[in-house]
Design a protein around this ligand. Structure first.
Ligand SMILES: [Zn+2]
Length: 92
């Protein structure tokens, strides 16, 4: 079977939720990227496995970049960011 891909394109500003999956228990932690008071979890809320600094620092970097990129999402900006994702729809 030949895989069939569909490309989804959305504005960066439409990104609202990010999820992290605990490698120990597979629980999915949903993070609202638009929440100004968002706290990056230090451990899994389900199994209490501590997250390492590689994970927490990567999330901190992501949220810093997110904040910077959202700063250019205004009508006066000369460009905007879009996210393009190809999905293999033959497996859905
Ligand atoms: Zn867990």
């Amino acid at each position: 079977m030949v895989p069939t891909f569909k490309e989804y394109v959305f504005d960066f500003a439409e990104l609202k939720l990010l999820s992290a999956v605990c490698k120990k228990c597979s629980s999915e932690i949903i993070l609202d990227v638009t929440d100004k008071n968002l706290r990056i979890p230090n451990s899994c809320p389900s199994c209490h496995q501590e997250f390492d600094s590689v994970f927490t620092n990567a999330l901190k970097s992501f949220f810093s970049a997110y904040s910077n990129l959202m700063g250019i999402e205004n009508p006066q900006a000369s460009a905007r960011i879009r996210i393009r994702q190809k999905v293999n729809v033959s497996e859905l």
